[in-house]
Design a protein. Structure first.
Lengths: 310, 425
């Protein structure tokens, strides 16, 4: 049972809550894969996606999750809204409140923005990614795919390679996976490892090989091509040479290891094309998991709202 | 007019004595046991403590230009409510206080308001842009007591050097806000475990330390004095301590938030915790207290930085830097330094009054015969809970809401006149 009005991150939720989310998401996944896409959990309710950053996967899957659950669904992009006219986040929240919105999925470039919104509105806020803070539904979907592959998360070694510093995905995965008993290893240029990441529970590998050695999951994270992640490495070619995951490296991983990536992938930079498209890849399955995790999150929040009479 | 403060515990430079304080013509005429109250207005101070009026040498009064955050009237009232009798106001107003006209405006406006003494600080560079020197001589003549580009560093080391040299011709010191803007890289909090935990961009201690070291290098090389503002890092304290031991003419200040808070408070995104330099870690907090104890840090100031709700009720990254602190500095400092045993009360008052007066060459700062009767009467036993919404300042932005403190300011006298009486508010 989720204990909060909102789903803001995995930092503050318990292993039991994660377990429940994953179980329900798994149930939805079996149904959706069987062609069942009409549910009435959110019938008569309204979901707004409020995105201050671009997104294909996250936004579409929140949108469809709402629709499959029977909610009215509206999208707001920062570029086409009053935000462009300088409206503050709190005022936008008040406007949505006045429109009797029940659920808001928000993506925002700044850490803590969903928390600010959540404290302003009665609606339940789902964090679809806030700056360098968290992306809880992404981590949940990653965990769902892992759990379905391995049966349990306990004892798994998960190696995450890429821009760790700017990644809310790495952080939410670290919080979630640690709570579920998995071990998270990261590898990246020193310039892309955030200070104190080890104190948050991550193991910092000294080489690609050490990270991948015996790993059950090898996850690549996107490098910001446009800005070389803030000038943190000299060139993409250097990155790919010294930090990218190459075809042969998977031989060091555990038997049955899988390859994951939250997307969008830079082919040949973080992972080679043959890893992305190979039989070890779960990248497409992750997308399906994403839909189902968001359905589960909305469902559990709706139960919380019912119990509290919201 | 004569006034006598009867029977209070009077904080002198090195001790506390129970005595009467006689005020005549705005000055302290006598301090001693059982002075005759004949012909005097009598204020009973039994059970209370009389401290020298606080001299807060680092305050943002925001006027002219940002009156939505604070103005000279509200800021002065907040000051006297905090036992502060003299404030030095920073020049990052709009227009910037980089010329005599703005200096005169502030002085005249403060005279009309007539609460605390307001001593303007002029900008080192025109527009605080770090490119060319402001009208330092004319501002000196108009009455500035120091120079600072507070809010930022003068990044060009040659301009800083020229500023320090030129200022010395007029007997002025540069007060250095130390922040290497090439290293900040958008950091809004201390870089460390907590910044990573909550995904807020951090800035390393080196952002501050590099500029502390540079300004100390300039002071050493030019043999001129320099004053380091709002020290927040353990490593900054070390740099200053070593420089002092080497005979560099460096003085330094810190603020209550640096010896009370750590960055544990940032993780729920409360924008009232956002301040520049940022609050750091326990190691730094301990070092700041140690620096106050061993004299490395000379002064306690507030860096009172009032902001309106609209500047703070936004995303953390967008929120303004700064804390409203002038009304709580005595109680917080007394509670967290004196009651904790780190400093004695006379030592604390030296940090808050005498040392700032001495750094800037201001009159006042201690209770002695002949000094201006700038005093505050405080109740050290009165405990209360800080509530920013009750501030006189327009800036309600305190990270200390809910903190239980001791040391209520009861009355504040400036030149012998009552400027604040908490029974009458």
């Amino acid at each position: 049972m989720l204990q909060t009005k909102d789903l803001l991150g995995l930092r503050d939720i318990s292993a039991g809550e994660i377990e429940e989310l994953l179980d329900l998401a798994g149930q939805y996944k079996r149904k959706v894969k069987g062609g069942e896409k009409k549910f009435s959990v959110l019938s008569g309710k309204t979901l707004v996606t409020l995105f201050y950053e671009n997104s294909t996967r996250t936004r579409t899957s929140f949108e469809l999750a709402g629709k499959y659950l029977g909610a009215h669904e509206v999208n707001i992009s920062a570029s086409s809204s009053s935000v462009q006219k300088g409206e503050s986040l709190i005022d936008t929240g008040k406007t949505l409140q006045a429109l009797a919105v029940d659920y808001i999925a928000i993506r925002h470039p700044m850490a803590g923005a969903p928390h600010l919104l959540a404290s302003t509105v009665n609606a339940s806020v789902l964090n679809g990614g806030d700056g360098m803070n968290e992306h809880p539904t992404q981590a949940l979907l990653d965990m769902l795919t892992m759990k379905e592959t391995f049966g349990s998360l306990k004892g798994l070694k998960v190696a995450i390679l890429g821009d760790i510093k700017h990644s809310r995905v790495a952080k939410s995965n670290l919080f979630g996976l640690s709570k579920m008993g998995a071990e998270v290893w990261v590898y990246a240029p020193k310039t892309l490892i955030p200070v104190g990441f080890d104190r948050l529970g991550a193991r910092i590998a000294r080489s690609r090989e050490e990270a991948i050695e015996g790993a059950n999951v090898v996850m690549g994270l996107r490098i910001q091509l446009e800005r070389q992640s803030g000038g943190a490495f000299p060139s993409l070619s250097e990155y790919s040479t010294f930090y990218g995951v190459k075809d042969g490296m998977l031989a060091r991983a555990a038997k049955g290891a899988i390859v994951m990536h939250p997307g969008p992938v830079n082919r040949g930079i973080e992972l080679t094309p043959s890893l992305i498209d190979g039989d070890r890849s779960r990248i497409e399955d992750q997308v399906t998991s994403g839909l189902c995790v968001r359905m589960a999150a909305l469902t559990l929040l709706s139960r919380y709202r019912e119990n509290k009479g919201l | 007019m004569k006034r006598i403060l009867k029977g209070g515990d009077v904080v002198l430079r090195d001790k506390v004595i129970t005595a009467d304080v006689l005020i005549e013509d705005g000055r302290i005429a006598a301090v001693g046991g059982k002075l005759s109250p004949e012909g005097c207005e009598v204020t009973d101070c039994t059970g209370k403590t009389i401290i020298p009026g606080i001299i807060d040498m680092h305050v943002h009064l925001r006027e002219p230009g940002f009156e939505g955050k604070e103005d000279i009237a509200s800021g002065s009232l907040a000051a006297v409510a905090g036992g502060v009798t003299q404030v030095c106001c920073m020049p990052n107003t709009n227009p910037v206080c980089d010329n005599a006209v703005v200096v005169n405006y502030i002085i005249n406006r403060a005279r009309e308001v007539n609460l605390c003494k307001v001593r303007p600080i002029g900008a080192i560079t025109r527009g605080e842009e770090g490119e060319s020197l402001a009208d330092i001589g004319k501002m000196a003549k108009a009455g500035v007591v120091a120079l600072s580009d507070d809010g930022r560093s003068v990044m060009n080391s040659n301009i800083m050097r020229l500023g320090m040299e030129y200022a010395s011709d007029f007997g002025l010191k540069c007060l250095c806000h130390c922040e290497d803007k090439t290293l900040v890289d958008g950091g809004v909090v201390n870089e460390g475990y907590n910044s990573t935990l909550c995904g807020l961009k951090g800035q390393p201690r080196a952002v501050e330390d590099i500029m502390i070291a540079r300004d100390i290098c300039l002071a050493r090389s030019l043999d001129l004095p320099v004053h380091i503002c709002h020290v927040s890092t353990y490593s900054g304290v070390d740099i200053i301590r070593a420089a002092k031991a080497d005979g560099v003419k460096v003085t330094a200040e810190t603020c209550p938030h640096y010896f009370i808070l750590t960055d544990d408070i940032i993780t729920d995104f409360n924008t009232n915790t956002k301040v520049s330099p940022p609050v750091r870690e326990e190691r730094d907090r301990q070092a700041i207290i140690e620096g106050l104890k061993d004299g490395t840090l000379d002064c306690i100031v507030t860096d009172h930085a009032p902001h309106s709700k609209k500047d703070k009720e936004v995303e953390y990254n967008l929120a303004a830097f700064g804390m409203s602190g002038i009304e709580t500095s005595f109680a917080l400092s007394y509670t967290y330094l004196v009651r904790s045993g780190a400093l004695t009360l006379p030592e604390l008052m030296c940090k808050m009054s005498l040392a700032p007066a001495s750094v800037l060459g201001l009159e006042g700062g201690e209770i002695k015969v002949g000094a201006p009767a700038d005093l505050a009467v405080v109740d050290l036993e009165e405990k209360y809970v800080i509530d920013g919404e009750k501030f006189f300042s327009k800036g309600k932005n305190t990270p200390f809401n809910g903190y239980e403190v001791y040391g209520r300011v009861c009355m504040t006298f400036v030149d012998g006149d009552i400027k604040f009486d908490n029974k009458k508010v």
